[in-house]
Design a protein around this ligand. Structure first.
Ligand SMILES: [Zn+2]
Length: 69
């Protein structure tokens, strides 16, 4: 792998990180999801998570990703 390939690989990696971060932010903005955002179980109407533990787990993971940017 030469220096140009390395630069392209790095740029691609950074682009994917940006997309993943944008997706994570979009997920946080979701007002309702038919399946739990954390574990994909069906949710009660109007909810985004199947239970409070999943909500806490999901938000904790989102917070970890945010600090990783
Ligand atoms: Zn869940």
């Amino acid at each position: 792998m030469d220096i140009v390939d390395q630069a392209e690989a790095l740029a691609e990696h950074e682009r994917e990180r940006g997309i993943a971060a944008a997706r994570a932010r979009a997920a946080v903005m979701v007002e309702w999801s038919p399946t739990c955002l954390n574990c994909d179980e069906p949710t009660p109407a109007g909810a985004r998570w199947c239970d409070p533990a999943c909500r806490d787990d999901y938000l904790r993971r989102m917070a970890c990703q945010a600090t990783d940017e």
